[in-house]
Ligand binder design. Structure first.
Ligand SMILES: Cc1ncc(COP(=O)(O)O)c(C=O)c1O
Length: 332
Protein backbone atom coordinates (compact mmCIF):
# COMPACT_ATOMS: atom_id res chain seq x y z
CA UNK A 1 0.00 0.00 0.00
CA UNK A 2 2.96 2.38 0.16
CA UNK A 3 4.76 2.26 3.49
CA UNK A 4 8.50 1.47 3.38
CA UNK A 5 9.41 -2.02 4.59
CA UNK A 6 13.20 -2.21 4.27
CA UNK A 7 15.46 -1.43 7.25
CA UNK A 8 16.57 2.06 8.21
CA UNK A 9 20.20 2.25 7.02
CA UNK A 10 22.74 1.77 9.82
CA UNK A 11 24.48 5.10 9.17
CA UNK A 12 21.21 6.92 9.90
CA UNK A 13 20.31 4.88 12.99
CA UNK A 14 23.76 5.56 14.41
CA UNK A 15 23.38 9.32 13.86
CA UNK A 16 19.97 9.23 15.60
CA UNK A 17 21.41 7.30 18.55
CA UNK A 18 24.44 9.60 18.83
CA UNK A 19 22.11 12.61 19.06
CA UNK A 20 19.73 11.10 21.60
CA UNK A 21 20.96 13.25 24.52
CA UNK A 22 18.86 16.25 23.48
CA UNK A 23 17.45 18.06 26.53
CA UNK A 24 17.08 21.51 24.89
CA UNK A 25 14.54 22.76 22.37
CA UNK A 26 15.58 22.11 18.78
CA UNK A 27 15.89 24.85 16.16
CA UNK A 28 12.79 25.21 13.97
CA UNK A 29 15.04 26.47 11.17
CA UNK A 30 17.21 23.36 11.47
CA UNK A 31 20.78 23.14 12.78
CA UNK A 32 23.45 24.81 10.63
CA UNK A 33 24.65 21.30 9.70
CA UNK A 34 21.17 20.28 8.56
CA UNK A 35 20.60 23.49 6.62
CA UNK A 36 23.92 23.00 4.83
CA UNK A 37 23.13 19.32 4.12
CA UNK A 38 19.70 20.20 2.69
CA UNK A 39 21.14 22.96 0.48
CA UNK A 40 23.92 20.67 -0.79
CA UNK A 41 21.47 17.86 -1.55
CA UNK A 42 19.02 20.17 -3.32
CA UNK A 43 21.86 21.56 -5.37
CA UNK A 44 22.93 18.02 -6.42
CA UNK A 45 19.56 16.35 -6.85
CA UNK A 46 17.51 19.26 -8.20
CA UNK A 47 20.22 21.06 -10.16
CA UNK A 48 19.42 24.20 -8.16
CA UNK A 49 22.00 26.91 -7.51
CA UNK A 50 22.38 27.35 -3.75
CA UNK A 51 22.60 31.16 -3.77
CA UNK A 52 19.48 32.70 -2.30
CA UNK A 53 17.74 29.36 -1.75
CA UNK A 54 15.50 29.19 1.32
CA UNK A 55 15.49 25.84 3.17
CA UNK A 56 13.52 24.52 6.14
CA UNK A 57 13.12 21.05 7.69
CA UNK A 58 9.58 19.72 8.12
CA UNK A 59 8.04 16.92 10.20
CA UNK A 60 7.78 14.68 7.15
CA UNK A 61 6.28 16.28 4.06
CA UNK A 62 2.64 15.37 4.69
CA UNK A 63 2.24 17.94 7.44
CA UNK A 64 3.43 20.71 5.13
CA UNK A 65 1.18 19.50 2.31
CA UNK A 66 -1.73 19.65 4.74
CA UNK A 67 -0.85 22.99 6.37
CA UNK A 68 0.82 24.97 3.60
CA UNK A 69 -2.35 26.82 2.53
CA UNK A 70 -3.05 27.80 6.14
CA UNK A 71 0.57 28.79 6.81
CA UNK A 72 0.53 31.00 3.70
CA UNK A 73 -2.59 32.77 4.93
CA UNK A 74 -4.82 31.27 2.23
CA UNK A 75 -8.47 31.13 3.21
CA UNK A 76 -12.11 31.44 2.18
CA UNK A 77 -12.52 33.00 -1.25
CA UNK A 78 -9.07 31.82 -2.37
CA UNK A 79 -8.51 29.01 -4.87
CA UNK A 80 -6.03 26.15 -4.59
CA UNK A 81 -5.37 24.15 -7.77
CA UNK A 82 -4.58 20.44 -7.37
CA UNK A 83 -3.84 17.76 -10.00
CA UNK A 84 -6.89 15.99 -11.43
CA UNK A 85 -5.67 12.65 -10.04
CA UNK A 86 -3.77 13.30 -6.85
CA UNK A 87 -2.54 12.44 -3.40
CA UNK A 88 -5.62 13.37 -1.30
CA UNK A 89 -3.79 15.65 1.16
CA UNK A 90 -3.55 18.56 -1.34
CA UNK A 91 -7.31 18.83 -1.25
CA UNK A 92 -7.49 18.16 2.50
CA UNK A 93 -5.05 21.01 3.18
CA UNK A 94 -6.98 23.46 1.03
CA UNK A 95 -10.18 22.49 2.86
CA UNK A 96 -8.53 22.91 6.27
CA UNK A 97 -7.77 26.48 5.20
CA UNK A 98 -11.34 26.99 4.00
CA UNK A 99 -10.20 27.59 0.42
CA UNK A 100 -11.89 26.42 -2.78
CA UNK A 101 -10.31 23.48 -4.59
CA UNK A 102 -10.04 23.28 -8.38
CA UNK A 103 -8.95 19.89 -9.69
CA UNK A 104 -7.24 20.22 -13.07
CA UNK A 105 -4.05 19.52 -15.01
CA UNK A 106 -4.63 22.38 -17.42
CA UNK A 107 -4.46 25.90 -16.05
CA UNK A 108 -6.28 27.23 -19.12
CA UNK A 109 -9.40 25.68 -17.62
CA UNK A 110 -9.09 27.94 -14.55
CA UNK A 111 -11.22 31.04 -15.08
CA UNK A 112 -9.32 34.35 -15.47
CA UNK A 113 -11.16 35.96 -12.57
CA UNK A 114 -10.65 33.24 -10.00
CA UNK A 115 -8.40 34.06 -7.07
CA UNK A 116 -5.76 31.35 -7.41
CA UNK A 117 -3.22 31.59 -4.59
CA UNK A 118 -1.57 28.17 -4.77
CA UNK A 119 -0.95 25.58 -7.49
CA UNK A 120 0.16 22.07 -6.52
CA UNK A 121 2.19 19.94 -8.92
CA UNK A 122 3.48 16.46 -8.16
CA UNK A 123 6.08 14.90 -10.43
CA UNK A 124 6.75 11.99 -10.28
CA UNK A 125 3.12 11.70 -9.35
CA UNK A 126 1.33 9.66 -6.75
CA UNK A 127 -0.63 7.59 -7.77
CA UNK A 128 0.11 7.66 -11.51
CA UNK A 129 3.92 7.66 -11.62
CA UNK A 130 3.62 10.34 -14.26
CA UNK A 131 6.57 12.65 -14.92
CA UNK A 132 5.82 16.23 -16.00
CA UNK A 133 8.26 17.54 -18.62
CA UNK A 134 10.31 20.66 -17.82
CA UNK A 135 8.39 22.68 -20.44
CA UNK A 136 5.08 21.87 -18.74
CA UNK A 137 6.42 22.85 -15.31
CA UNK A 138 7.84 26.04 -16.78
CA UNK A 139 4.41 27.00 -18.12
CA UNK A 140 2.86 26.42 -14.70
CA UNK A 141 5.52 28.58 -13.03
CA UNK A 142 5.11 31.39 -15.61
CA UNK A 143 1.32 31.26 -15.28
CA UNK A 144 1.49 31.42 -11.48
CA UNK A 145 4.07 34.22 -11.42
CA UNK A 146 1.88 36.35 -13.69
CA UNK A 147 -0.90 36.04 -11.11
CA UNK A 148 1.17 36.25 -7.94
CA UNK A 149 0.28 32.65 -7.04
CA UNK A 150 2.67 30.19 -5.39
CA UNK A 151 3.69 26.93 -7.10
CA UNK A 152 4.21 24.13 -4.57
CA UNK A 153 5.95 21.21 -6.20
CA UNK A 154 5.72 17.95 -4.25
CA UNK A 155 8.92 16.19 -5.31
CA UNK A 156 9.06 13.43 -2.74
CA UNK A 157 9.61 10.80 -5.49
CA UNK A 158 12.18 12.82 -7.47
CA UNK A 159 15.07 10.37 -6.88
CA UNK A 160 13.03 7.47 -8.31
CA UNK A 161 13.09 7.96 -12.09
CA UNK A 162 12.83 4.74 -14.14
CA UNK A 163 11.99 5.32 -17.80
CA UNK A 164 11.87 9.12 -17.48
CA UNK A 165 14.09 11.64 -15.73
CA UNK A 166 12.08 13.74 -13.26
CA UNK A 167 12.82 17.48 -13.21
CA UNK A 168 12.64 19.71 -10.14
CA UNK A 169 10.80 23.01 -10.13
CA UNK A 170 14.07 24.42 -8.75
CA UNK A 171 16.10 23.50 -11.85
CA UNK A 172 16.98 26.56 -13.96
CA UNK A 173 15.09 25.19 -17.00
CA UNK A 174 11.89 25.42 -14.95
CA UNK A 175 12.58 28.27 -12.53
CA UNK A 176 14.46 30.44 -15.03
CA UNK A 177 17.17 30.81 -12.39
CA UNK A 178 14.91 32.57 -9.87
CA UNK A 179 13.14 31.00 -6.90
CA UNK A 180 10.39 33.59 -6.95
CA UNK A 181 7.07 32.03 -5.99
CA UNK A 182 8.26 28.42 -6.06
CA UNK A 183 8.57 25.87 -3.26
CA UNK A 184 9.80 22.29 -3.63
CA UNK A 185 8.74 19.78 -0.97
CA UNK A 186 10.99 16.79 -0.34
CA UNK A 187 10.89 13.77 1.90
CA UNK A 188 13.34 11.20 3.22
CA UNK A 189 10.53 8.71 3.91
CA UNK A 190 11.00 6.77 0.68
CA UNK A 191 14.57 7.65 -0.35
CA UNK A 192 15.99 6.63 3.03
CA UNK A 193 13.24 4.43 4.57
CA UNK A 194 12.60 7.13 7.17
CA UNK A 195 8.81 7.33 7.16
CA UNK A 196 8.84 6.47 10.88
CA UNK A 197 11.23 9.33 11.71
CA UNK A 198 9.07 12.02 10.02
CA UNK A 199 11.81 13.73 8.03
CA UNK A 200 11.12 16.15 5.20
CA UNK A 201 12.07 19.61 4.05
CA UNK A 202 11.08 22.47 1.81
CA UNK A 203 13.33 24.55 -0.42
CA UNK A 204 12.72 27.52 -2.65
CA UNK A 205 11.65 31.18 -2.48
CA UNK A 206 13.56 32.64 0.51
CA UNK A 207 10.81 35.13 1.36
CA UNK A 208 8.14 32.40 1.45
CA UNK A 209 10.39 30.09 3.45
CA UNK A 210 11.10 32.90 5.95
CA UNK A 211 7.35 33.42 6.36
CA UNK A 212 6.83 29.69 6.93
CA UNK A 213 9.63 29.66 9.49
CA UNK A 214 8.10 32.56 11.38
CA UNK A 215 4.69 30.91 11.69
CA UNK A 216 6.04 27.41 12.33
CA UNK A 217 8.23 28.66 15.19
CA UNK A 218 5.16 29.98 16.97
CA UNK A 219 3.06 26.97 16.08
CA UNK A 220 5.63 24.50 17.47
CA UNK A 221 6.18 22.73 14.14
CA UNK A 222 9.71 21.66 15.02
CA UNK A 223 11.68 18.63 13.84
CA UNK A 224 13.13 16.81 16.90
CA UNK A 225 16.89 17.26 17.35
CA UNK A 226 17.83 13.55 16.99
CA UNK A 227 15.83 13.40 13.76
CA UNK A 228 17.63 16.49 12.49
CA UNK A 229 20.95 14.72 13.11
CA UNK A 230 19.67 11.61 11.37
CA UNK A 231 18.62 13.72 8.39
CA UNK A 232 22.15 15.10 8.03
CA UNK A 233 23.53 11.56 7.88
CA UNK A 234 20.86 10.52 5.37
CA UNK A 235 21.39 13.50 3.08
CA UNK A 236 25.17 13.11 3.07
CA UNK A 237 25.03 9.45 2.08
CA UNK A 238 23.97 8.49 -1.44
CA UNK A 239 25.04 4.86 -1.13
CA UNK A 240 22.05 3.67 0.88
CA UNK A 241 19.72 5.64 -1.41
CA UNK A 242 21.24 3.95 -4.49
CA UNK A 243 20.84 0.53 -2.87
CA UNK A 244 17.22 1.24 -1.97
CA UNK A 245 16.47 2.49 -5.48
CA UNK A 246 17.87 -0.76 -6.91
CA UNK A 247 15.55 -2.75 -4.61
CA UNK A 248 12.59 -0.83 -5.94
CA UNK A 249 13.80 -1.18 -9.53
CA UNK A 250 13.94 -4.98 -9.18
CA UNK A 251 10.48 -5.14 -7.55
CA UNK A 252 9.06 -2.89 -10.24
CA UNK A 253 10.35 -5.22 -12.96
CA UNK A 254 8.84 -8.31 -11.34
CA UNK A 255 5.49 -6.61 -10.65
CA UNK A 256 5.26 -5.00 -14.11
CA UNK A 257 5.82 -8.37 -15.80
CA UNK A 258 3.39 -10.12 -13.45
CA UNK A 259 0.51 -7.64 -13.87
CA UNK A 260 1.04 -7.27 -17.61
CA UNK A 261 1.07 -11.07 -17.93
CA UNK A 262 -2.26 -11.18 -16.08
CA UNK A 263 -3.85 -8.83 -18.61
CA UNK A 264 -3.41 -5.46 -16.90
CA UNK A 265 -2.40 -2.32 -18.80
CA UNK A 266 0.25 -0.19 -17.14
CA UNK A 267 -0.17 3.55 -17.67
CA UNK A 268 2.40 6.27 -16.90
CA UNK A 269 4.40 4.69 -14.02
CA UNK A 270 7.61 5.99 -15.54
CA UNK A 271 8.90 7.06 -12.12
CA UNK A 272 8.09 6.89 -8.44
CA UNK A 273 6.88 4.11 -6.21
CA UNK A 274 3.69 2.94 -7.90
CA UNK A 275 2.30 1.08 -10.87
CA UNK A 276 -0.88 2.64 -12.22
CA UNK A 277 -2.95 -0.16 -13.68
CA UNK A 278 -6.24 -0.78 -15.39
CA UNK A 279 -8.24 -3.71 -16.70
CA UNK A 280 -10.78 -1.38 -18.33
CA UNK A 281 -13.38 -2.03 -15.62
CA UNK A 282 -14.58 -0.35 -12.45
CA UNK A 283 -11.70 -0.21 -9.97
CA UNK A 284 -13.71 -1.98 -7.24
CA UNK A 285 -14.10 -5.00 -9.50
CA UNK A 286 -10.32 -5.05 -9.93
CA UNK A 287 -9.74 -4.53 -6.18
CA UNK A 288 -12.11 -7.41 -5.50
CA UNK A 289 -10.51 -9.73 -8.11
CA UNK A 290 -7.07 -9.11 -6.61
CA UNK A 291 -8.30 -9.36 -3.00
CA UNK A 292 -9.61 -12.85 -3.77
CA UNK A 293 -6.00 -13.71 -4.59
CA UNK A 294 -4.74 -12.13 -1.37
CA UNK A 295 -3.38 -9.03 -3.12
CA UNK A 296 -4.24 -5.62 -1.66
CA UNK A 297 -4.17 -2.57 -3.95
CA UNK A 298 -5.54 0.98 -3.69
CA UNK A 299 -8.71 1.88 -5.62
CA UNK A 300 -8.22 4.65 -8.20
CA UNK A 301 -11.25 6.62 -6.99
CA UNK A 302 -9.35 7.47 -3.80
CA UNK A 303 -7.29 9.84 -5.95
CA UNK A 304 -9.90 11.58 -8.07
CA UNK A 305 -13.23 11.06 -9.79
CA UNK A 306 -11.59 10.49 -13.20
CA UNK A 307 -9.57 7.53 -11.91
CA UNK A 308 -12.48 5.14 -11.46
CA UNK A 309 -11.06 2.42 -13.69
CA UNK A 310 -7.58 2.30 -12.19
CA UNK A 311 -5.82 0.73 -9.25
CA UNK A 312 -2.51 1.66 -7.64
CA UNK A 313 0.08 -0.96 -6.81
CA UNK A 314 2.94 0.07 -4.50
CA UNK A 315 6.50 -1.18 -4.92
CA UNK A 316 6.92 -1.06 -1.12
CA UNK A 317 6.64 -4.76 -0.36
CA UNK A 318 9.35 -7.20 0.62
CA UNK A 319 10.97 -9.30 -2.12
CA UNK A 320 9.19 -12.31 -0.63
CA UNK A 321 5.76 -10.68 -0.95
CA UNK A 322 6.53 -9.42 -4.44
CA UNK A 323 7.47 -12.94 -5.51
CA UNK A 324 4.27 -14.26 -3.93
CA UNK A 325 2.18 -11.72 -5.88
CA UNK A 326 3.88 -12.76 -9.12
CA UNK A 327 3.20 -16.41 -8.33
CA UNK A 328 -0.48 -15.82 -7.58
CA UNK A 329 -0.97 -13.74 -10.73
CA UNK A 330 0.72 -16.42 -12.83
CA UNK A 331 -1.78 -18.97 -11.45
CA UNK A 332 -4.76 -16.63 -11.98
C1 LIG B 1 2.82 12.54 -3.15
C2 LIG B 1 3.13 12.43 -1.71
N1 LIG B 1 3.45 13.53 -1.04
C3 LIG B 1 3.74 13.49 0.27
C4 LIG B 1 3.71 12.30 0.96
C5 LIG B 1 4.01 12.33 2.45
O1 LIG B 1 5.18 11.70 2.76
P1 LIG B 1 5.93 11.94 4.14
O2 LIG B 1 5.01 12.70 5.04
O3 LIG B 1 6.23 10.60 4.65
O4 LIG B 1 7.13 12.76 3.80
C6 LIG B 1 3.40 11.11 0.31
C7 LIG B 1 3.35 9.84 1.04
O5 LIG B 1 3.06 8.80 0.58
C8 LIG B 1 3.08 11.19 -1.07
O6 LIG B 1 2.76 10.10 -1.76
Amino acid sequence: MGTPVDPVPEVIRQALADASDAPGYPLTAGTPALRAAIAAWVSRACGAGVDGLGVLPTIGSKELVAWLPTLLGIGPGDVVVVPSIAYPTYEDGARLAGATVVRTDSLTSVGPTSRVRLVWVNSPGNPTGRVLPAAHLRKVVDWARERGAVVASDECYLPLGWSAEPVSVLSPQVSGGSYDGVLALHSLSKRSNLAGYRAGFVAGDPALVAELLKVRKHAGMIVPAPVQAAMVAALQDERHADEQRERYRARREVLTAAFTGAGFTVEHSEAGLYLWLTRGEDCWQTVDWLARRGILVAAGVFYGPSAGQYVRVALTETDEHVAAVAGRLADA
